[in-house]
Ligand binder design. Structure first.
Ligand code: SF4
Ligand code: SF4
Length: 725
């Protein structure tokens, strides 16, 4: 396939313009997410998750041996096993079996592997009628649509739309009532089950030690499809191989909980060979109530190549639970037909290039904000956000980026360029700047939903001497303070406050690399060339600093230096990055530790605040309680929790400028949640979130204030004599 920006944009516009899609996604994803959270709260999620990740990792490691073992064991019990290196071979095998059996009607149970190879279209081209029997898949088939979620293929449809579809199919008015809709499906599909020549399924696991296929379903259709027709064909990716029954059971503990919040699904089948009996004189007869023949097609289609890639092999651990889509803020707005290809959602962006080429998600990958929420729910610890970023780098290599963005990122990559960009912006903002924001009318749509941050008259790095002069005489530790470009140029007061808070808590603080950028905007945009050069420059500067810790009031920049550099740099540089990484501690964590040690308290500010957890702080660093404790104990403020405090605000670096309609929908939800708390102030510890939320409030004429955590703490800790100045 060829990447098409126009087609992608059309799909995006359609999704954004559909009220029905918004209703359907909101109804379904809220329910799925709540159910998942409740189910996970009942078990020791971290250790079960780690155990499953290890088991899945070991299975990927031993994949070639598992293929051999499964083939041997399955064939020993009468299953025919085929190896399909690609989609074409899998189609050839299945079509050949249909021809050999004279099949006219095939019933199918839900299977993403068959979607991956476009099986239905192929069989229909061969004159075989295919009937999907999973309710969601049947809805999709009737609508001539495609699945938009791994476990809920018709999640983008409301019950009202389903009722319209079923009314058309049956020729009578069907009400939008779930029980009625299910009744229609049951009646219509029963006939297909009874008349089908072949049943086709996918598989949730292939157990090598016994040659067993495991199927996990809820509706009972897979049981009928694997027992009523005389022939059963399972098409399963080789990533589904597991060594033992115990591994399959470990998967069962998390798969239903992660996907739908169920302890276990209604049906779990373990099928080991075709139906058999020895009830008459103990003589084995094949085919009794179930199929006489069982065929398993082991599908590679890019999986071996993925296994050979040191980063992407992790994605083969996926158990297709769909939880990553459920929590993704961007997926929640645009749905799976925009976010992904055949496989949708975060994991879809990772898998699709291996099965369908990079063009299949060349524009779709742009929908990822890099919020890392998907990483936090993945039951097999796949680093999805990082892998999507790798996909983005490949996509950019393939399709490039807009000239304006390329030039801006290039300028942003050097100190001189940054100076030039910000001095132009400072000049242009002129009369339009007020209260930390700027909304020039000539920027039109760009500022329709969000005012931009005002460029400061005096960047923070101009105040390096002033900060050094304020260091306490007998400091407990020495801190190198990297402000980040956004704090330095847009929010210098927040940076100053952070440095002064650390000093108040007993540390000596020195600005370092203060006028430069760590390369996060380039990294997020898939511009690896500049990102790597900037990482190397930052390492050269930071490895020379004489400090106990290197900190930053920008959580995302701290993570870029501590984690992302390791991912994008090659061997010699990686070792240097590793050494620097050990010294990185983000501001919030450092302030928390210092305050605990010193017991320092400030003035009670008498404020009611609500805290927005920046994605990187919460999802990567696991920082949650620390800022709330600091706010309460140091500044004596009341913290009123907003709903979904850890869900992204929609900033995502350049995302909010590239896709403002999506970013605005996410921001609207954040602002509504924040305002529902009636707090005077929204607090966060990341500059991107602060500017985005502040800009959104300003554009909507709201008066709620926004501040960096450090600003609240400094307001409380600073000497009374200067308070209010
Ligand atoms: S990082 Fe965030 S936006 Fe990107 S895929 Fe994951 S959940 Fe979605
Ligand atoms: S990547 Fe993880 S969360 Fe997403 S479907 Fe796969 S196992 Fe589930």
């Amino acid at each position: 396939m060829t990447a098409s920006k126009t087609k992608f944009q059309q799909r995006l516009n359609r999704a954004l313009g559909s009220k029905r899609l918004a209703t359907a996604l909101d109804r379904a994803l809220t329910t799925l997410g709540d159910r998942r959270d409740a189910a996970m709260a009942q078990l020791d999620w971290p250790s079960l998750r780690h155990d499953l990740a290890e088991r899945r990792g070991a299975a990927v490691e031993h994949m070639p041996e598992l293929i051999e073992r499964f083939t041997r064991e399955a064939e020993a019990v009468g299953t025919r096993v085929y190896r399909a290196p690609d989609a074409a071979e899998a189609l050839r095998v299945v079509a050949g079996l249909c021809r050999a059996k004279g099949a006219k009607l095939v019933v199918k149970s839900k299977s993403m592997a068959t979607e991956e190879i476009h099986l239905n279209q192929h069989l229909e081209g061969e004159g075989v009628r295919v009937v999907e029997t999973d309710l969601g898949e049947w809805i999709i088939q009737l609508a001539r649509d495609r699945p938009s979620h791994l476990i809920a293929p018709a999640i983008h449809k409301t019950r009202e739309e389903v009722a319209e579809l079923f009314s058309k199919e049956t020729g009578r008015k069907i009400p939008p009532d779930n029980a009625e809709l299910v009744k229609v499906a049951r009646e219509r599909l029963r006939e297909a089950f009874l008349n089908a020549d072949i049943g086709i399924t996918g598989g949730n696991a292939l157990i090598a030690e016994t040659g067993t296929l495991m199927l996990v379903t809820n509706e009972g259709n897979a049981d009928l499809a694997t027992s009523l027709p005389a022939v059963h064909i399972a098409i399963v990716g080789i990533d589904k191989l597991v060594p033992t029954m115990e591994d399959a059971v470990a998967m069962l503990k998390l798969l239903p909980r992660s996907g739908t919040g169920q302890k276990i699904t209604s049906y779990v089948q373990f099928i080991t060979g075709p139906s058999r009996s020895a009830d008459i004189e103990q003589t084995l007869t094949i085919g009794v109530h179930g199929p006489k023949e069982m065929h398993v097609v082991l599908l590679d289609n890019g999986r071996t190549a993925m296994r050979e890639d040191p980063a992407f092999r992790d994605a083969l651990r996926c158990i297709r639970c769909g939880a990553c889509s459920t929590v993704c803020p961007s997926y929640r707005v645009v749905g799976g037909h925009v976010f992904g290809h055949v496989y949708t959602g975060p994991i879809g962006l990772v898998l699709s290039p291996w099965h369908h080429g990079i063009d299949s998600v060349a524009y779709e990958q742009n929908m990822c904000l890099g919020c890392n929420a998907c990483d936090t729910v993945c039951p097999v610890e796949i680093p999805l956000a990082a892998l999507i970023n790798d996909v983005r780098a490949k996509a950019v290599e393939r399709i490039g980026m807009s000239t304006a963005k390329r030039v801006a990122l290039g300028m942003w990559s050097t100190r001189e360029g940054l100076d030039r960009l910000f001095s132009w912006a400072h000049l242009l903002q002129g009369p339009f700047a007020r209260n930390g924001v700027v909304r020039p009318p000539f920027l039109g749509e760009l500022v329709a939903e969000k005012s931009l941050p005002r460029v400061a008259d005096r960047p923070l790095h101009y105040r390096a001497r002033e900060i050094a002069d304020a260091n306490p005489p007998a400091a407990k530790m020495r801190i190198a303070f990297f402000p980040s470009c956004l704090i330095d140029r847009l929010l210098p007061d927040a940076g100053y406050a952070a440095a002064r808070v650390l000093q108040s808590l007993g540390a000596e603080v020195h600005l370092t690399y203060a006028d430069s950028c760590c390369g996060l905007p380039q990294l997020n945009s898939g511009d690896r060339v500049h990102a790597i050069a900037m990482a190397q420059r930052a390492i050269e500067r930071l490895e020379g600093v004489d400090a106990d810790w290197i900190t930053s009031p920008s959580a995302s920049c701290a993570i870029t230096i501590s984690d992302d550099y390791l991912r994008i740099l090659d061997a010699p540089w990686r070792a240097r990055a590793q050494r620097v990484s050990r010294h990185i501690k983000p501001f919030t964590r450092l302030a928390d530790e210092l305050q605990r040690a010193s017991g320092a308290r400030g003035r009670r500010l008498g404020l009611r605040v609500t805290y927005h957890d920046a994605c990187q702080s919460q999802n990567v660093l696991g920082i949650h309680d620390e800022p709330r404790r600091l706010l309460r104990e140091v500044a004596g403020v009341e913290v009123s929790e907003m709903a979904e405090s850890a869900v992204c605000c929609g900033f995502g670096g350049t995302f909010s400028f590239d896709y403002p309609e999506v970013a605005t929908r996410i921001l609207d939800r954040k602002l509504a949640n924040a305002q529902a708390t009636a707090a005077d102030l929204i607090v966060a510890d990341n500059p991107g979130c602060l500017t985005h939320i502040r800009g959104g409030l300003d554009a909507r004429g709201k008066r709620t204030r926004v501040a960096h955590l450090a600003e609240v703490l400094w307001e409380s800790l600073r000497p009374e004599s200067v308070a209010g100045t």
